[in-house]
Design a protein. Structure first.
Length: 465
């Protein structure tokens, strides 16, 4: 390597004449033991001989020279090992190293050195620059050199291959994951756990207050699967979170295969992650359309799952998860807009004869246990579950309230007596799991149908499952 000399000094010969210095640079003298560095080489075009300073050579390389009548030696100062042996010719000691273009001549860097010079650019970019600009370089024997600096500075995840596994029966494989934490909802929940059937893409969620409830939720879900569908869960795919570490021993005891994603590789549990996104997007859209506070995310997510299971899916060739699992198409006649105005029949709950027989409430979703609708009274923070309701889907009560009108709802929320509660919080496909709300199931028989009245006063017979 050399640079143009900027000084005014000259090299003087024995006759006293001066010779101009054009360049100054550095080079390497190869020896069998190690390279010797030649620093501050002066390029003098008019000089007919190459002269080497013994003092500079010894000082720059921590070496010393021995001159003998017929030869000379360059030795390492510390170990006294001979680095180079040369002859004596006509009373002079010529330096004749191994002939190489890199010695005394233009130094050709390797492709790896160009890689370092170009800021650790990719091999494709380095090759393109060297080829386009015809830069000199030495080809290396191996192109698969791993750069330690690049690994430290640029390490990233490798592409994930598409999964080719296909389930042939329901519950052959389940995907599960915990979503949260979220701001505490009106139902005092911060998480939910999802269970997704790989065969039908049918989804169940259980609302949680703490992650530790996942173990009990799986017990409940397993019991439901075995009794409602007469099938066994064969495999579960999840991450390695603490809640699933507890379940791992339980899975082994039952013979359930537990597939676990690598740490920080949630893409390996992509079905559950994508389902989270779908649920959250639909749930937030329901809240936004109804102008409802975010604290109602638990109710909107339950409704979102209920609806997603009844929407055609491209993965299932436009068949709904509900039909894929149950074998029959879902009923859409009873569906109403989430958050719209609803008037439940409150006559059975009046303590006096002279009381209004209904009041305007907010539609909070569907109750699978009661074959009725959940209706929230914003003024009292009370939830009614009724089969006799009148809807007005053009009115959304929360849009007419002050933004802070629902601030006391969580504190004032009071459910109806146990017989009208949702004990297991079974919400069809979504399940509310709250230990403080679990009670024994009512012994009365739930009607198989309900009458729904719209804003025009007409009634609809409904018999959903």
């Amino acid at each position: 390597m050399r640079d143009r000399y900027q000084g005014t000094d000259q090299v003087h010969t024995a006759s006293g004449s001066g010779m101009t210095i054009n360049h100054v640079g550095h080079s390497v003298l190869q020896t069998p033991m190690r390279n010797l560095h030649l620093n501050n080489i002066l390029h003098v075009p008019h000089s007919s001989k190459n002269l080497l300073s013994v003092n500079r050579l010894a000082r720059d390389n921590h070496a010393f020279l021995e001159f003998h009548p017929d030869h000379f030696l360059i030795k390492e100062q510390a170990t006294k090992k001979t680095l180079l042996r040369g002859p004596c010719e006509r009373g002079l000691y010529p330096l004749k190293p191994i002939q190489n273009k890199e010695v005394f001549g233009a130094f050709k860097p390797t492709a790896s050195l160009w890689h370092h010079r170009l800021g650790h650019a990719s091999s494709h970019v380095v090759e393109q620059i060297l080829s386009r600009h015809k830069l000199p370089f030495v080809k290396e024997s191996s192109h698969n050199v791993v750069c330690d600096a690049c690994q430290k500075g640029k390490s990233h995840q490798l592409p994930y291959p598409k999964s080719s596994s296909v389930s042939s029966t329901p519950f052959e494989l389940l995907f599960s994951d915990v979503w949260g934490p979220a701001p505490t909802s009106v139902g005092r929940h911060n998480y939910y756990v999802s269970f997704i059937d790989d065969f039908s893409k049918f989804t169940w969620i259980y609302l949680l207050r703490y992650k530790s409830e996942v173990f009990q939720c799986f017990h409940d879900f397993q019991s439901m699967v075995e009794r409602q569908f007469d099938r066994k869960i064969l495999a579960v795919q999840s991450d390695w979170g603490g809640e699933y570490q507890t379940l791992n021993t339980f899975f082994k005891h039952l013979g359930i295969s537990h597939h676990v994603s690598c740490p920080h590789a949630h893409q390996q549990n992509g079905s559950a992650e994508r389902k989270h996104r779908h649920i959250v997007e639909v749930g937030l859209s329901l809240l936004a359309h109804a102008s409802m506070p975010l604290k109602f995310w638990d109710e909107s997510f339950l409704t979102a799952v209920f609806l997603i299971n009844r929407l055609p899916s491209k993965i299932l060739q436009n068949v709904t998860p509900y039909e894929r699992l149950h074998g029959s198409p879902p009923d859409y006649n009873f569906l109403r807009s989430f958050g719209c105005a609803v008037w439940p029949n409150l006559r059975p709950y009046n303590s006096r004869k002279l009381q209004f027989q209904s009041k305007r409430c907010v539609f909070l979703g569907y109750s699978n246990l009661h074959k009725g609708f959940k209706c929230l009274d914003p003024s009292e923070g009370r939830i009614y579950i009724s089969r006799d309701v009148t809807f007005d889907e053009s009115v959304f009560p929360f849009s007419q309230l002050h933004p802070n009108a629902g601030a006391r709802l969580r504190a004032e929320l009071s459910l109806l007596p146990d017989v009208l509660k949702n004990p297991s919080s079974s919400f069809g496909d979504a399940t509310l799991h709250d230990q403080t709300l679990i009670n024994s199931l009512p012994i009365n028989i739930v009607p198989r149908s309900c009458d729904v009245q719209n804003s025009t006063g007409s009634r609809f017979g409904s018999n959903w499952s």
